[in-house]
Design a protein around this ligand. Structure first.
Ligand code: PMP
Length: 285
């Protein structure tokens, strides 16, 4: 992704895509002092844009790394990037991190906090799984307790086990992995939240140790608008067998049906399709 034409917003100005570089002694590279956002624009408009900018700042606060830009400034940076790259339907990535500076130890309080915003065209995150239903592996890694790490932040450190889980899944021919949490309850996929359908009602894990996704919250709203009962609760592994439908939600994933998790199979059913279409309509409105 580094060798492209285009512009990236870096610390307040647009720079050439290939020139948007950082130093090898950046604190973030060594100690994961980094938070980021993933957003999608539809027809030139970023869905839930302010909510993403607010979450970026909240993630920074959560890892003791206040982002030195206001929501309005972040909004302006995103608009500039969209325009400079002539984008309409696009994925937007904002990332804030501790740069190189005074300290090279664990403390980074004196290192500058930097911010970059890039955007590019990015199609379906799960490719043709979007229509056929994704196949998920079950990860051996557990989502950590909120007493272990600020698990509600969208922070780079939380993604180490996600990448490892996803690599293991891909090696088995799966699109992604479902992860359990530190207590053994169903948590989420490596970059998306998870929903299940049983007898016309929806069950989704309580987001008490992972990201309460903006897409997740949007989809719960769409379900409740349709008078579908949504149970946010702890889900035991043994319950997987009794669910009829399953889907993932995320900015990149949008609403992606799941056809299989380990040995459990799910149908790409009517409610899954209805919600995927309703989400598509909403984000383009
Ligand atoms: N969980 C994880 C680990 C994620 O990376 C994402 C994507 N940001 C989500 C859930 C879904 O969040 P959102 O709907 O806000 O994109």
């Amino acid at each position: 992704y580094d060798d492209r034409d285009g512009k990236i917003w870096l610390d307040g100005e647009l720079v050439d895509w290939r020139a948007a570089k950082v130093h090898v002694l950046s604190h973030a590279l060594h100690y994961a002092s980094s938070v980021f956002e993933g957003e999608r624009a539809y027809g030139g408009r970023i869905f839930a844009s302010r909510a993403h900018s607010e979450r970026l700042r909240a993630s920074g606060e959560a890892i003791d790394m206040p982002v030195p830009w206001t929501v309005d400034e972040i909004e302006a940076a995103k608009a500039q990037v969209m325009q400079a790259n002539g984008l309409s339907d696009a994925y937007v990535r904002a990332v804030a991190w501790r740069g190189a500076g005074e300290d090279m130890g664990v403390s980074s309080a004196r290192n500058p906090v930097r911010l970059a915003v890039a955007a590019w065209e990015w199609g379906a995150y799960y490719g043709d799984s979007k229509t056929r239903g994704a196949k998920l592996d079950i990860s051996k890694w557990k989502r950590p307790s909120p007493e272990t790490i600020p698990s509600h932040a969208k922070a780079a450190g939380l993604y180490m086990i996600c990448t490892m889980s996803k690599h293991a899944a891909e090696a088995k021919g799966c699109a992604d992995a479902m992860m359990f949490d530190y207590r053994g309850y169903v948590a989420e996929a490596t970059g998306a939240n998870i929903f299940f359908v049983k007898d016309g009602e929806v069950h989704t894990p309580l987001p008490d140790c992972f990201l309460n996704g903006i897409t997740r919250q949007t989809v719960i709203g769409l379900l409740r608008d349709r008078q579908v009962k949504v149970h946010e609760r702890h889900i035991e592994p043994a319950e997987l067998e009794g669910f009829q439908q399953c889907w993932l939600t995320g900015t990149a994933a949008e609403v992606t049906p799941v056809g299989q998790i380990g040995d459990y199979a799910f149908e790409v059913g009517a409610l899954t399709r209805e919600i995927a279409e309703a989400y598509e309509t909403l984000v383009r409105r």
